[in-house]
Write a protein that binds this ligand. Structure first.
Ligand code: PSU
Ligand code: MN
Length: 302
């Protein structure tokens, strides 16, 4: 086992008993939602995974240790400290480990730690992707590249429309990463069920997803898979309404000169404020929905 990894007793037991396990990220807790809603949601996501027959493992970096499975106290600590915790992607992990610091793991960092711990399924809200105007800013999330490098199934509600979804699909196509639509042909766009763009393949059951994964692994291809799961019907938001808010947030971001790793947390927070919290309720509902599907895939893999 990797010397930097701390696997909680519950997860260790689950691994020994070969139980299905679902990894969960921690940037969504520290940077994605306000306290105390973030901790409540994190606990609810864990409960949802359990109710669906799998064991939840929230991943984070605490005092330089790569944690697999957080205690209630650790979750509370993380949620309270919020954005003061360093947002950690691939490049940040060695720095935080060497300096014994805390890190909230993005999709990329969570994939790395999950793979180190031998966990194959991971549930999140939305992934980072190719940003609008990436042609000039070069802003492409490290999540994209991680889907190429780490063999993990990432279950999400698509990518937020703050991104350029068309370019995001092109990037993944070039890199050989499958974008699976769960019971949909149309790429979900996080707050809304449809983007007008096509996924690579539509699969309708967790067993079909498990079968694709098994084939990919046994062929030794090495990359991850992106499973996109549309937000529950009644919680989906109007495309034009959310697009108007995104435009406002993007204009304000440009004016403030925000760039680099601050871009995504800034936009998510701004949109939450502009939609007066209604986007937060949608966000929570889609994360729970993804937790359920991820658990079903983990069960099917078993
Ligand atoms: N998209 C969301 N919610 C999130 C994130 C993205 O809808 O919370 C977070 C995830 O942790 C993701 C990260 O991995 O933002 C991407 O940041 P960046 O674009 O800087 O790579
Ligand atoms: Mn970026």
């Amino acid at each position: 086992m990797n010397q930097y990894l701390d696997i909680s007793p519950e997860i260790r037991k689950a691994q020994e008993a070969k139980m299905p396990i679902v990894a969960l990220e921690s940037t969504i807790i520290s940077h994605g939602m306000p306290y105390p809603k973030n901790v409540e949601t994190a606990l609810l996501v864990e409960k949802t995974v359990r109710d669906a027959g799998a064991v939840p493992a929230t991943l984070a970096i605490i005092h330089g240790r790569l944690k697999v499975g957080l205690s209630g106290d650790e979750l509370e600590y993380f949620g309270k400290k919020g954005p003061q915790i360093t947002k950690a992607s691939r490049r940040d992990i060695p720095y935080l480990v060497a300096n014994k610091q805390d890190g909230a793991t993005t999709v990329a960092a969570t994939m790395i730690i999950a793979a180190l711990a031998g966990i194959e399924v991971f549930a999140t809200g939305g992934i980072g992707g190719v940003h609008r105007e990436a042609q000039t800013t070069w802003d492409v999330s490290a999540d994209m590249e991680e889907l190429v490098k780490s063999p993990v199934i990432v279950v999400c509600a698509g990518a937020k429309a703050i991104l350029d979804l068309k370019l995001t699909l092109e990037y993944l196509e070039t890199k050989g990463v499958n974008v699976i639509g769960y019971r949909t042909d149309d790429l979900p766009a996080f707050y809304s069920r449809e983007s007008g763009l096509n996924v690579t393949y539509r699969l309708d059951t967790p067993e079909q997803i498990a079968a694709l994964w098994k084939a990919q692994k046994e062929l030794g291809l090495g990359q991850g898979v992106l499973v996109t799961n549309p937000i529950p019907e009644k919680m989906g938001m109007d495309k034009n309404y959310i697009e108007a808010k995104i435009q406002m947030a993007l204009a304000e971001m440009k004016r403030l000169g925000i760039h680099g790793k601050d871009t995504t947390p800034y936009l998510l927070d701004k949109i939450q404020k502009l939609t007066e919290g209604s986007s937060l309720e949608s966000n929570i509902s889609l994360v729970l929905n993804n937790a359920r599907l991820a658990a079903a895939i983990a069960v099917a893999l078993n």
